[in-house]
Design a protein around this ligand. Structure first.
Ligand code: CA
Length: 363
């Protein structure tokens, strides 16, 4: 019996076992272990992973069960990839840019600085070659990849002092992990990669001057407004962070066709549902931050954004040279990004501007 798949019942049981009344040993039932990089029921990310698991379980009528293990319950969060690749766990729910040490190509399947928005990520993955490249990358590690959520565009972050010019960024100690942090360093800031739980005390003590996290909904929960009042938008570093589901390839291939379709559909559903939840809750959370907690919302200057953009373009071109698959992914991503930018000008961007014209509409 494959140790990755717990076939409850079947193997080893004498003929006639089906006459026992226990449903737990019904033939063909399968339970998969899903590890995540999120604390248990963490808003949006942890709750989304749980919803995905519950959808699979409910849609299969209990024939295929996904049991969720929060960060640290089965393996430490950042060991999720190896756990699934080696078969200790069956699948993970995570942000694939955590696996950039395996291949820099993984950055592109979550978010890269000045990259794609949530809708554009979906478009690239589903309809412009992204999924095929993701699977090609995954095959090097024995993994099958699926989209499983999105945070939408993230915010620039929390700053203790106002930032008015590029000069103000020099020497600024800011928590920003990953490629975004590398870009900050390029323009003279000092980026640090602290885990979520360490951000608040670091801001409070002055060990850092600023920090990004996600957006109003998740940031409100952490209480950053108590120690930094300037909340800057937009974030350049994570314009639409996709969350990923990675399943051990052998486990994936061992699923029946209906179960594969069911997992795909549950992942697709959660990908949209989570994004919608962030969009719905961010608005109310922002109102609370401003009206109840005196947070000042500020726009990052175009000068700073332009410098960050130039540094991002250079960095991504360098990242592309890391390995063969990263080059392939980069080329596909850049080609799609060009098309997306020219389309947005006529669609979402143009409409967003149009509806902010000063005409009267509703209350
Ligand atoms: Ca973030």
């Amino acid at each position: 019996m494959d140790r990755r798949s717990v076939l409850t019942g079947a193997a080893g049981l004498a003929v006639g076992a089906a006459t026992f009344a226990s449903p737990a040993i019904a033939k063909g039932k399968k339970e998969l272990k899903m590890v995540t990089t999120w604390p248990k029921n963490f808003p949006g990310l942890g709750t989304g992973a749980q919803r995905f698991a519950d959808r699979v379980t409910a849609s299969s009528g209990g024939d295929l069960t996904i049991k969720l293990y929060a960060a640290g319950e089965l393996v430490p969060p950042f060991e999720s990839f190896d756990a699934v690749s080696s078969g200790t766990a069956d699948l993970y729910h995570a942000a694939d840019y955590y696996w950039k040490g395996k291949s820099a190509a993984y950055n592109f399947f979550t978010a890269v600085p000045f990259g794609l928005t949530a809708n554009e990520m979906d478009a690239w993955i589903h309809h412009a070659g992204g999924q095929e490249l993701w699977d090609e990358l995954g095959s090097q590690f024995g993994l099958k990849h699926l989209l499983g959520g999105n945070t939408g565009v993230q915010w620039g972050g929390w700053f203790k002092k106002e930032i008015n010019s590029l000069e103000d960024m020099k020497g600024l100690k800011m928590r920003m992990p990953g490629l975004g942090g590398d870009v900050l360093n390029e323009i003279g800031a000092n980026a640090l990669a602290l885990p979520g739980g360490e951000i608040y005390p670091a801001l409070q003590s002055g060990a850092i001057d600023a920090s990004e996290w996600v957006g109003p909904w998740n940031d409100l929960a952490f209480g950053f407004y108590k120690v930094a009042k300037n909340y800057y938008y937009p974030g350049f570093h994570e314009p639409g962070s996709s969350l990923g589901i990675g399943m051990n390839s052998k486990v994936w291939e061992g699923l029946s066709k209906p179960h594969q379709a069911l997992v795909q559909n549950a992942a697709l559903a959660e990908n949209n549902y989570m994004y919608a939840e962030f969009n719905a809750r961010n608005g109310d959370a922002l109102k609370t931050l401003v009206t109840k907690h005196g947070v000042v919302v500020r726009k990052t200057s175009d000068d700073i954004l332009n410098a960050l953009g130039a540094a991002s373009g250079q960095l991504m071109a360098d990242v592309a040279n890391t390995d063969k698959i990263t080059r392939k992914v980069y080329d596909s991503f850049i080609k799609f990004r060009k098309n997306a930018i020219s389309m947005a000008k006529y669609s979402d961007e143009a409409y967003s501007k149009a509806r902010r014209l000063p005409f009267k509409y509703g209350g």
